[in-house]
Design a protein around this ligand. Structure first.
Ligand code: AMP
Ligand code: MN
Ligand code: MN
Ligand code: MN
Length: 282
């Protein structure tokens, strides 16, 4: 059986393994087809593709685009995108510019609350790549403000907390359009994580499908088995394909591993059903 893992992060965004090390790790745990889906960047894909050729696994170029939708932030994964597509590259550059501004703003707000140096600390942890809230979380844990990154998010980085800055990300139609124009397939990432009511989630799915979106991430490292079955029903109801990805960010999160995802629930049509893949970048 071919093991697919279609969602993970490298140091190009908020993962802790370099693209090459990530691919070596994926190969070592038995992944055959890996999509690198860093937040709002495709900067890691070239290095990952080179290592995939060495390891003999298939690396799919991907991206996880931050989207603002009706007051919420949702994530849209693009699979098999052309990383050199101009409109996609321009769109992602805009989101990264917002990230740079947001990071400084988060730093200012935390400083006002008596936590100095957070912007510089997060920036150092980003290794010069894009800055995410995860980099702030790692800084705050290192400085003893919280026990782990989850606690940082809960106390500092979510709505209503001192370091929260509202997102100003891509529109849903816009993100799906970038992905499709770059030859890719759009997937709603970890749909159960948004804590939306069923009605609101189905509104998101309907608008996503109308925009040209093709799949739901049914199996995710952050979904329970019940949530996977619920999402499989939504996918079937809307005629969408089903994807599977760990959302691996590195070995520091031992509860999320690559290559150990549960099978898609019965009746799902895999997002990879019509892909014929060869080893290397595909
Ligand atoms: P950003 O895109 O910079 O706003 O950060 C979003 C990222 O933060 C997600 O991709 C996760 O990696 C991480 N994240 C979000 N919520 C949490 C949480 N409650 N605990 C730990 N990490 C989280
Ligand atoms: Mn992340
Ligand atoms: Mn996500
Ligand atoms: Mn992710």
């Amino acid at each position: 059986m071919t093991v697919h893992d279609l969602h993970c992060h490298s140091t190009a965004s908020d993962g802790t393994l370099s693209p090459g090390a990530l691919v070596r790790h994926a190969a070592s745990v038995g992944v055959d087809v890996l999509a690198l889906t860093d937040h709002d960047t495709t900067a890691g894909i070239a290095e990952a593709g080179r290592e995939a050729a060495v390891q003999g696994l298939t690396l799919l170029p991907g991206v996880e685009i931050s989207v603002s939708w009706r007051g919420a932030t949702v994530h849209i994964v693009g699979l098999r995108v052309d990383p050199d597509d101009h409109a996609l590259a321009t769109g992602l550059a805009r989101l990264r510019a917002f990230r740079d501004w947001r990071a400084q703003e988060i730093g200012r707000r935390l400083a006002e609350k008596g936590i100095p140096g957070a912007y510089e600390g997060a920036r150092a942890r980003s290794g010069g790549a894009l800055i995410g809230r995860t980099h702030f979380a790692r800084f705050l844990v290192a400085r003893g403000y919280a026990r782990d990154t989850r606690e940082v998010f809960r106390h500092y980085l979510v709505r209503g907390k001192p370091g929260h800055v509202a997102g100003d990300w891509a529109g849903l139609d816009e993100a799906v359009g970038w992905i499709r124009n770059a030859g890719g397939r759009a997937v709603i990432a970890h749909p159960a994580r948004y804590r939306m009511t069923r009605t609101r989630l189905r509104k998101l799915i309907a608008e996503f499908r109308d925009a040209g979106g093709e799949a739901l991430e049914v199996v995710s490292g952050s979904h329970s088995r019940d949530e996977a079955y619920t999402m499989a029903r939504h996918a079937a109801d809307f005629g969408l394909l089903a994807s599977a990805g760990s959302d691996y960010h590195g070995p520091e999160n031992p509860w999320v591993e690559m290559g150990r995802l549960a099978d898609l629930p019965p009746g799902c049509r895999p997002v990879w059903h019509d892909w014929s893949l060869v080893t290397g970048t595909a």
